[in-house]
Design a protein around this ligand. Structure first.
Ligand SMILES: Cc1cc2nc3c(=O)[nH]c(=O)nc-3n(C[C@H](O)[C@H](O)[C@H](O)COP(=O)(O)OP(=O)(O)OC[C@H]3O[C@@H](n4cnc5c(N)ncnc54)[C@H](O)[C@@H]3O)c2cc1C
Length: 410
């Protein structure tokens, strides 16, 4: 019998790596095992649709830690190691290789997988998804032979890939059912900003339409849209969202409809089992709702919070949802959680590509997005957290510091 407990982390991505780092930083000196099905140590995914795709960042720059970090911190990192099942009552897991590992605490940090589009021809060669570095490498290689690219999906991955591929000089068509890109998250007004941005960069937009079929003889040659267009192409990238990797949790009876259900300390209903990152649907104590936030900052911050819970030092996960996106020369950060019924007001002129949008509900700010405006994400978050009523004239006035609105007692 081991004298020190074993903590196991399934999923060697951002949330898993940050949890492992935090466990050691908090003084955990037991056995720490991290199991990842990918062939390499944890790396950052955001560059895959941006600098890495465009050849501006190399592979080494993606890694979250130096190669020696894991050994130096006595973290047993197993790559190409897929976990096949977990047994929460027995506190054991089994690898695809058949090996079993007993644990005292288990963190599920299995991330998400690209949603597939089931349409005739969807299995033709030349149709790609983007989730991991191997996908990115395949896409980069295929782009070398492609002149005309169709991107299906106007969410973050679709828009970022469309921007990068356009920056590489390819002919790009962006296809999606919404009237403007990113409409589901940003609404029609701010979605218009992104539609105009892509149009100005020469991206062809086939919006308000779906894909009916992919055509080609072995390899994709065209995308047929539901409004009757045929878009000739050499390559298709599908970016229509990602599905949480809940298969292990589901088989163990601890997953809900959209993710592994965890409380505000990131523990599941199975004692000793935790979840963090894209896979976790966590109760948010401030927003009083369950949220699965599939973005970088969430995985970054949830990993350490899960680590503390595993150590019996629970802290509530209270970060506001937030994410960033870079498209062409436009960098944005979004904080908070808006709904379609919230009112949007804008500080600055979107035509200058430098502005802050606020989503307002009953006179208080529920979300904010700064575009090419630096160092305001924290004040925006403070303003949202404050829950204060705001004067809309001051909110949109560029001369009123956002921090002042959060501190305002009036
Ligand atoms: C191309 C791309 C661009 C992005 N850009 C942005 C951006 O600009 N801004 C932003 O906010 N967010 C962005 N994101 C989202 C962000 O990268 C994710 O939210 C983050 O990576 C989630 O981290 P995670 O650790 O939860 O999951 P992941 O990073 O997906 O890691 C999970 C790991 O678990 C492994 N795994 C799954 N099941 C098993 C199993 N059974 N056994 C062993 N291993 C398993 C997976 O293979 C994977 O390696 C982007 C994502 C992608 C794909």
């Amino acid at each position: 019998m081991p004298t020190t407990p074993t903590f196991a982390i399934v999923g060697a991505g951002l949330a898993g790596a940050k949890a492992a780092e935090a466990l050691r930083a908090e003084g955990f000196d037991g056995r720490l095992v991290m199991l990842g099905e990918e062939a390499e140590r944890p790396y950052d995914r955001p560059p895959l649709s941006k600098t890495y795709l465009r050849g501006e960042a190399d592979r080494d720059s993606l890694y979250l830690h130096d190669a020696c970090f894991y050994a130096a911190h006595n973290i047993e990192l197993y790559t190409s190691a897929r976990v096949r099942s977990i047994d929460p009552p027995g506190r054991r897991l089994q690898l695809a290789s058949g090996e079993r590992i007993s644990y005292r605490r288990l963190l599920l940090a299995t991330g998400a997988a690209p949603r597939r589009l089931r349409r005739p021809g969807a299995d033709l060669d030349g149709i790609y998804h983007l989730r991991n570095r191997r996908d990115a490498d395949r896409l980069v290689a295929a782009l070398g032979r492609a002149a005309r690219v169709v991107v299906v999906g106007t969410g973050w991955i679709g828009c970022e890939v469309a921007a990068s591929v356009r920056q590489l000089g390819r002919d790009v068509t962006l296809v999606g059912p919404e009237a403007v890109p990113l409409a589901r998250v940003l609404g029609p007004e701010i979605g218009c900003f992104y539609r105009n941005l892509h149009a100005e960069q020469g991206v062809r937009l086939a919006l308000g339409t779906d894909v009916d079929a992919f055509r080609g003889d072995g390899r994709v040659e065209a995308v047929v849209t539901s409004d009757g267009r045929t878009l000739p192409c050499d390559l298709v990238l599908i970016g229509i969202g990602a599905i949480p990797r809940t298969e292990l949790a589901e088989a163990a009876g601890i997953a809900g409809g959209d993710g592994v259900l965890v409380d505000e300390w990131l523990e599941t209903i199975a004692p000793g089992v935790y979840a963090a990152g894209d896979v976790a649907a966590a109760w948010h104590p401030l927003l009083r709702t369950r949220l699965r936030v599939a973005h970088w900052a969430n995985a970054l911050h949830q990993g350490p919070v899960a680590a503390r819970a595993m150590l019996g030092l629970p802290t509530r996960y209270e970060q506001l949802p937030s994410f960033f996106s870079d498209q062409y020369d436009v960098s944005m950060e979004y904080s908070g959680l808006a709904t379609a019924s919230d009112r949007v007001v804008v500080r600055g002129d979107p035509a200058t590509r430098q502005f802050v949008a606020f989503w307002v509900r009953h006179q208080h700010v529920v979300a904010g997005m700064n575009v090419n405006v630096r160092d305001v994400a924290e004040p925006i978050q403070a303003l949202i957290r404050s829950g204060r009523n705001v004067d809309l004239a001051r909110l949109v006035d560029p001369d009123t510091p956002i921090k002042e609105l959060a501190d305002d007692d009036r």
